[in-house]
Design a protein around this ligand. Structure first.
Ligand code: ADP
Length: 277
């Protein structure tokens, strides 16, 4: 595994006025180039953990390192260069009057030259498959386009780590897949991608590693296909593995999966099994 781009050591966090820690002794390493799904029931601590990655929260105890630097020594603006955070609801993020201003805002704040900003705008629109007029008002775009605009405006700051909070909210399956395919392309180009979602089918299709949170701690952490095979434990964390894994457990319990399971792959494995049998 290459060097950790995010490292969390014995992290505890307590919100003011709360008696129970929202995070309790979390230890975690994420390597450069990973595609990670962070899952868990509401209230399990996902957002609190992510807010430690982008410096919005500082540890009550323990340490968080991004690219080897302790986040307490960095300003949030400095962290924004490394970590791009896309909000769950794009309308909480989008504020500018035009598509151009929306994308230019971050790079401008980081002091990019006008020439570089223009080339960023062109590049990220292409990367997010957004064929829109730069003078268009963001609120006139479709929900799916606004979500992709939110990702584009974060991408324009060229963060090496991309965190996307619940990319499927308010989107239909086709739009969700389109967005996730674009995120996959970014991952293929070397961006480290961290996605939180309640959609387990999407996790199964895209994430190579799954981290399950439960009551402020990491409950399971491993390759997607291994985590989803632990159905009983997942249920205790309020998560149901995708049906394709439940089918595999019944039909081919002895087969080592090796990589995440899709319906197509299950069909192939079943074919191989019946040919062998
Ligand atoms: P998740 O993102 O998995 O839904 P959160 O990180 O939002 O979980 O919440 C973890 C715990 O912290 C929960 O018990 C939640 O009630 C509590 N919590 C979250 N935000 C706040 C806040 N701003 N003030 C007090 N408690 C909070």
């Amino acid at each position: 595994m290459s060097e950790a781009i995010i490292k969390v050591e014995n992290l505890c966090f307590q919100y003011p006025g709360r008696s129970v820690n929202a995070l309790q002794d979390v230890n975690l390493e994420i390597a450069e180039g990973e595609f990670v799904a962070l899952i868990g029931q509401n209230g399990s601590g996902k957002t609190t953990l992510i807010k430690h990655f982008n410096g919005l929260l500082k540890p009550s105890k323990g340490k968080v390192f991004v690219k080897g630097k302790d986040t307490t020594s960095l300003r949030t603006a400095e962290l924004a260069r490394s970590i791009g955070y896309v909000f769950q609801n794009p309308d909480h993020q989008i504020f500018a009057e035009t598509v151009r201003d929306e994308i230019a805002f971050g790079p401008k704040n980081l002091g990019f030259s006008e020439e570089r900003i223009n080339s960023e705008i062109e590049g990220v629109l292409k990367e997010m498959d957004l064929d829109v007029d730069l003078d268009e008002m963001p609120f006139q775009l479709s929900r799916g386009q606004r979500q992709r605009l939110a990702v584009a405006s974060v991408l324009a700051m060229e963060p090496s780590i991309l965190i996307i909070d619940e990319p499927t909210t308010g989107q239909d399956w086709k739009e969700s897949i389109l967005l996730m395919n674009l995120v996959q392309n970014l991952n293929d180009k070397g961006h480290t991608c961290i996605v939180t979602t309640h959609n387990m089918n999407l996790v199964s299709l895209f994430a190579r590693r799954v981290i399950v949170m439960k009551s402020g701690n990491i409950f399971l952490d491993g390759a997607t296909q291994d985590v989803f095979r632990r159905e009983e434990e997942l249920l205790t964390a309020g998560i149901k593995a995708p049906d394709v894994y439940l089918l595999a457990r019944t039909l081919i319990p002895q087969v080592q999966l090796g990589k995440p399971l899709t319906p197509q792959r299950l069909a192939e494995l079943l074919n191989t099994q019946s040919n062998l049998g």
